[in-house]
Ligand binder design. Structure first.
Ligand SMILES: *Cc1c(COP(=O)(O)O)cnc(C)c1O
Length: 401
């Protein structure tokens, strides 16, 4: 007989979205929900206990720039969803990225990455790291021969992001992580677009996985934060850098993430389905020039996506015939979409990269990254997909003569 006792069952992603990190949290007056602990410091009645906690030899908290009970519950939830040993959090996704660089990069080191990383990350690569004598080589995103050759020359850190923003290119994490291992490089993956529901980079060979929690993890566009997961040893190093650097997540934002994440799996599965429906529909629309969505069989990296992702995500992008002028006409006509710079929330959000992900870049830099000025990034919300299609249809009708 098969053993169906609960203990033998590995919890699924919906169960972990809800219960992950919550069974261990510090209970307060028998509350079922993780309390928001608005306290800068934690007081002790005797010096020995205080000392033991301060030395991390006993459980507890000292000062909320370092650790806080609400923040810890959020970290534990993401840790379980990513199947990691440890996690630590930050005031924003960019803080997660810059603190990882601050922890592991020193003058003379070398980073290999891709041209299509998030705009802010790209800015760190092009403007902030070179003056510190850290060499950054940005390769064409899916040119494996070029990336592998650059890795083989020796590097400290390989930084990947997949699907990419906003062109949703897909990079084979397993393949490049294997190349990086050969030269002893640390492999870091920004998993913001995929979410832990669709992709778990640590299982594909990454050493560290990070998220802008401001996007899908929170899911309601009402809290800013970031998180990184990996082995206990690596996360300890990042944590110690961050506690001094000071880019700490606030307890209130941690609480918003905990609440938002309870529906993470539900939301993301709905977004996967709707994005697929919309991408397919857009492909056949006369006003549309091209549609980027990894779930489409016509997507150049569909096979890699199929192998490493369990869902194709809620992000797509498309270009409209007539470029930026056409977008200026069509986007404001959408009734069920915010024209805004965020993504990954319950509402549909649209925006051109020129005002969103790549606003930090010059037109030349965008062109070099293969981003047409007339591209639209479409973050599928959880509205009824029929309404989203009808909305696109009425808005796009103004472009058909
Ligand atoms: C938004 C985003 C970031 C930056 O996160 P913030 O929380 O805004 O600092 C990093 N990477 C990706 C892929 C993002 O979408």
């Amino acid at each position: 007989m098969t053993d169906t006792s609960p203990k033998s069952q590995t919890p699924g992603q919906s169960t972990l979205s809800i219960w992950g990190g919550e069974q261990e949290h510090e209970l307060y007056e028998r509350s079922t929900q993780v309390p928001v602990v608005h306290s800068v410091s934690f007081a002790y009645k005797d010096i020995d206990t205080w000392h033991a906690v301060a030395l991390e030899q006993a459980p507890g908290h000292i000062y909320s720039r370092n650790t806080n009970p609400t923040v810890r519950a959020f970290e534990d939830k993401v840790k379980e969803l990513e199947g990691a040993e440890a996690a630590t959090s930050f005031a924003s996704g960019m803080a997660a990225i810059s603190n990882i660089f601050g922890t592991f990069l020193r003058p003379g080191d070398r980073v290999v990455s891709i041209k299509d990383s998030y705009g802010g990350t790209n800015k760190i690569f092009t403007s902030f790291l070179p003056p510190l004598d850290i060499d950054v080589t940005l390769c064409d995103t899916v040119e494996y021969a070029e990336i592998e050759a650059e890795i083989a020359k020796g590097c400290t850190l390989l930084y990947l992001e997949t699907p990419t923003n906003p062109t949703v290119k897909i990079i084979d994490i397993k393949r490049l992580a294997a190349a990086a291992k050969k030269v002893g490089a640390l492999v870091v993956v920004d998993n913001t677009f995929a979410t832990p529901i669709n992709q778990n980079p640590l299982q594909l060979g990454a050493d560290l996985v990070l998220h802008s929690a401001s996007k899908y993890l929170g899911g309601h566009a009402d809290a800013l934060g970031g998180v990184a997961c990996g082995s206990k040893d690596l996360i300890k190093m990042v944590y110690h850098y961050r506690e001094i650097n000071g880019a700490t997540l606030s307890p209130m934002d941690a609480y918003s993430f905990i609440r938002g994440m309870k529906t993470l799996s539900l939301r993301v599965k709905r977004q996967n389905e709707s994005a697929m429906t919309i991408a397919t529909w857009l492909q056949n629309h006369p006003a549309i020039e091209l549609v980027n969505y990894p779930g489409l069989e016509t997507h150049p990296h569909h096979d890699v996506a199929k192998a490493q992702m369990s869902g194709y995500g809620g992000m797509l992008s498309f270009s409209v015939k007539g470029g930026l002028d056409a977008i200026k006409l069509f986007l404001p006509r959408l009734q069920y979409a915010h024209m805004a710079a965020n993504l990954g929330c319950v509402e549909t959000v649209v925006g051109p990269p020129v005002t969103t992900s790549h606003v930090e870049c010059t037109a030349e830099e965008r062109a070099a990254a293969g981003i047409p000025e007339g591209l639209v990034r479409y973050s599928t919300g959880i509205e009824d997909v029929e309404d989203l299609l009808a909305d696109l249809e009425q808005a796009l009708s103004c472009l058909i003569t």
